[in-house]
Ligand binder design. Structure first.
Ligand code: AMP
Length: 520
């Protein structure tokens, strides 16, 4: 099929009638022309996935809130047609303004709160114009799939909302951002930049890359990340910042801490040209497709104060899995097999809920029996632990408790060497830091007792009471220690016998733990 140039609505409808009855899938790629590699990446993807591809080229006047911006928007229809013919797309829809918006036109789509901040605030009426033209194109073309770029992140979310809200029979495909070698995101507006501004504009991407690097290094507080971004922008005097933000990808609300899928947004002016860019934050080495999935598949956060297991947890997981200090010890023959961080995302949607951390060696010979692996089949240790804490089953346990095995790398060594304690304690401290509302740590058994005293509390010599003496009497012991990392500033520590490894048994700790739950 030769590329068909369609300029009227009537022609477009006959194009649709030709494609659809033959059961062929039709893709729409809406653009405003002045095509660049970014647009072409969408078109190539559409060609791979669909039988027929229609590219629309229409500089939509209703989405420009300044007549001047509309007038100088780059246009080169002849060249675009040539490019699209070379790509062998099936149709080009290039209507005139009066075809799409005749004089009597009087109906608009009014997107809701997703369209209010950022681009919506900077360009009042912009998303109303975008939603209206996109809905009109969807109705005229009736595509099975429609292709949009991550480059216009907020636009994608507004359109997604419209498709869901109005039940439109079209699937959206979102494609990653195509950039120049210096990182500048391709945009038709780049053609309006002076050579100096074009070079300076690379600062937008540098700024996003800086956040990414800091997040990968473990910084997750938005306040610090935004300041680091501002610092990068300040190095480039030609760039005038419009906004910088770290937002939840679905709600478009600023977050206090970044998690996988959080989006960094930037908008800035270079002379008369306004540019936008964004980056999805995710685990190290994640592909652009995985990042898009993270951003678009994440569920809305119901409680905005919830602390969702995010990048810190992923980074910690990787650090434990690749702990070279442990691997370097001759007595340690096996890498860590199972650890709490691996399961936080699955079982703990809000880390704020965790009030009690239990440290105890759950080191079954068969890793399938690890506490978190199959919580639906509790084994001897699991049942003894539940009885000790006064909970019935995993569903109850996970509402407020977590279990970690601080000596997770050393499950098979009968005598845990000194050095192992030091190495593992670093990860244990990081685990403790994941739970801001931690109230109590229950420490099971002698190894965990000594490790905690020495490596976490920094005690030595006579300051560490012998374990047996500490637990004598009632079979468990308790103390309060200052602990600035948690919101209360102190931690209650409860020492008890390991429920399955000791001859001696501690009584139920339910009564000792009850203040934890009264204070909620
Ligand atoms: P526009 O012509 O600017 O309206 O863009 C048409 C489509 O191409 C939109 O879905 C954009 O998000 C997408 N797009 C624009 N620039 C890029 C880019 N650099 N990389 C990928 N997609 C892009």
């Amino acid at each position: 099929m030769n590329t068909r140039l369609i300029t009227s609505v009537a022609d477009l409808q006959s194009f649709g009638r030709e494609v659809h009855p033959r059961g062929r899938s039709l893709a729409l790629v809406p653009t405003m022309g002045a095509l660049h590699e970014g647009h072409l990446s969408l078109i190539r993807r559409a060609k791979q996935q669909c039988d027929a591809v229609l590219v629309s080229i229409f500089v939509n006047p209703t989405q420009f809130n300044s007549g001047e911006d509309f007038a100088r928007y780059p246009r080169d229809l002849e060249k675009d047609i040539e490019t699209l013919r070379a790509l062998n797309v099936d149709g080009i829809f290039a209507p005139r303004d009066e075809d799409m918006f005749p004089a009597e036109f009087d109906t608009f789509v009014e997107p809701g709160k997703l369209s209010a901040p950022f681009e919506g605030a900077a360009r009042p009426g912009h998303f109303r114009g975008v939603a209206t033209i996109v809905l009109k194109l969807f109705n005229l073309v009736q595509p099975d799939l429609a292709y949009f770029g991550q480059k216009d992140f907020q636009q994608v979310q507004v359109i997604r909302r419209m498709v869901d809200d109005l039940g439109l029979p079209v699937r959206l495909v979102i494609c990653p951002i195509v950039r120049e070698a210096n990182g500048l995101a391709l945009s038709s507006r780049n053609a309006l930049l002076s050579p100096e501004d074009r070079q300076a504009a690379a600062a937008l991407h540098r700024c996003l890359s800086r956040v990414d690097a800091l997040v990968q290094a473990g910084e997750v507080r938005s306040e610090n990340l935004l300041e680091a971004m501002r610092e990068v922008v300040r190095t480039e005097s030609r760039v005038t910042l419009d906004y910088l933000a770290l937002v939840d990808p679905l709600q478009f609300e600023p977050v206090e801490r970044v998690t996988a899928g959080t989006v960094a947004l930037i908008a800035a002016h270079l002379g008369p040209v306004r540019l936008i860019d964004n980056l999805i934050l995710g685990p190290p080495g994640a592909s652009p497709e995985l990042l898009l999935q993270l951003a678009f598949a994440s569920r809305p956060v119901v409680d905005p104060r919830a602390r969702i297991p995010g990048l810190e947890v992923e980074t910690l997981c990787q650090r434990i899995a690749a702990c070279r200090d442990c691997a370097a010890m001759s007595s340690v023959m096996i890498p860590p097999r199972e650890y709490l961080a691996k399961y936080l995302k699955r079982d703990y949607p809000d880390l704020n809920c965790v009030r009690v951390l239990v440290i105890g060696r759950d080191a079954p010979m068969n890793p399938e029996h690890f506490f978190y692996k199959h919580p639906e089949h509790p084994d001897r240790f699991d049942r003894a632990l539940y009885a000790m804490l006064g909970v019935e089953k995993f569903e109850d346990f996970k509402h407020a408790f977590v279990l970690t095995d601080a000596l997770r790398c050393h499950v098979q060594s009968p005598q845990v060497p000194e050095k192992a304690l030091t190495f593992c304690a670093r990860h244990l401290r990081e685990e403790l830091n994941q739970f801001p509302n931690l109230h109590t740590v229950v420490i099971l058994g002698k190894d965990a007792y000594q490790q905690f005293q020495k490596e976490v509390l920094g005690r030595s010599g006579v300051a560490i009471k012998p374990y047996e003496t500490a637990l004598n009497g009632q079979g468990w012991a308790e103390e309060q220690v200052p602990f600035p990392q948690v919101s209360a500033g102190t931690l209650q520590l409860i020492y008890a016998y390991h429920p399955t490894r000791n001859q001696k048994q501690s009584p139920s700790l339910a009564a000792a733990l009850s203040p934890v739950f009264q204070q909620r």
